[in-house]
Design a protein around this ligand. Sequence first.
Ligand code: GLA
Length: 375
Amino acid sequence: MLVRKPPMGWNSWNTFGENINADLIKETADAFVANGLDKAGYEYLVIDDCWSERERDKETEKIVPDKIKFPNGMKDVSDYVHSKGIKFGMYSCAGVRTCADYPGSFDHEFLDAETFAEYGADFLKYDFCYKPLSSDGPLLYHRMGTALEHCGREILFSACNWGSDNVHRWIRSTGASMYRSTGDINDSFGSFKDILLSQEKLFGFSAPGCFNDIDMLTVGMYGKGNVGNVGCNDTDYKTQFSLWCLFGVPLMLGCDLRNMNEQTLKLITNPDLIAINQDEECRQPFRIFNSDERYVFARRLSGGEFAFGFFNLGERRSNCVMYPFEVGVTANSGYEFTLRDCFTGEVHTGVKNNFAVYLDPHDCAVFRGKLVRSK
Ligand code: GLA
């Protein structure tokens, strides 16, 4: 399966953890569409861990959906999600148990891939807990990759081994279309910062076919849910979403879609940020300014345009500066930038030597830049 752009969707884990059931998933599908997330580009609704019974069926050896959480089985849920025009995703694990201690797919890869196909799944997140020490990580992802390719249904393979075993070196060979290159996110600004700093060196491995996944977003969670109760404010979330968009990584939402405030919805449907995330050339961002926890990243977009992200990850108001020569536009080039602010729409013309943005702590600004001939 060839995936050309970073996948976009929603996953149950960050907010709901084990508290999932058919009604929640159906209500989430309703909210997905009612809030226009499908129109904004979001495509997948993924059920994470804790969806099955604790043991496989003794006769068939199949994984069985939890009879209380999903009384009418998974096909019923999947049909509902599909009826809304959304794709449906499931979760399993390369080890003998999942991370939350439900049956994993180890040595049942082909049977499970067929089961997911029967459910009508379009996406499989594949975790890495309880892997027998004697078995090889890459081989286990190859097994499920092969099983999915032959299960009779197109299912996007989303690997999740948290960046271990130098996964970026081999994961593309397994058939995966995205792969987690980090440990688990939590809902705090410190966590986004750690992710940013640890992931920068891996940007060059993300491309059409297989994208680096720096974990699901916590935007709009405000400390409610399953991944930390520190929580963030709207400025923090603006910066998280902007980083993920600029970095061209999958955008998997994690908040409760049924109860979003206006600010969250506006942010996660920002068309300019999503256009940068989904830019068809999928080129890697690069750092062009760094001073004391302030960063500017640039990224080439299709049509000769650029994206510029200014980030103040520090704790005091300060400026970030972009110098056009850092992206190859020299003083004598005869060119200058016109920049459009992706949040306010404001346009800045004649940007030639430098462009400074003052930012509050944790705040950011993102611009789309067009190169024009100087007059
Ligand atoms: C791991 C993954 C998380 C989530 C949980 C579920 O920690 O990295 O994203 O899927 O397992 O148990």
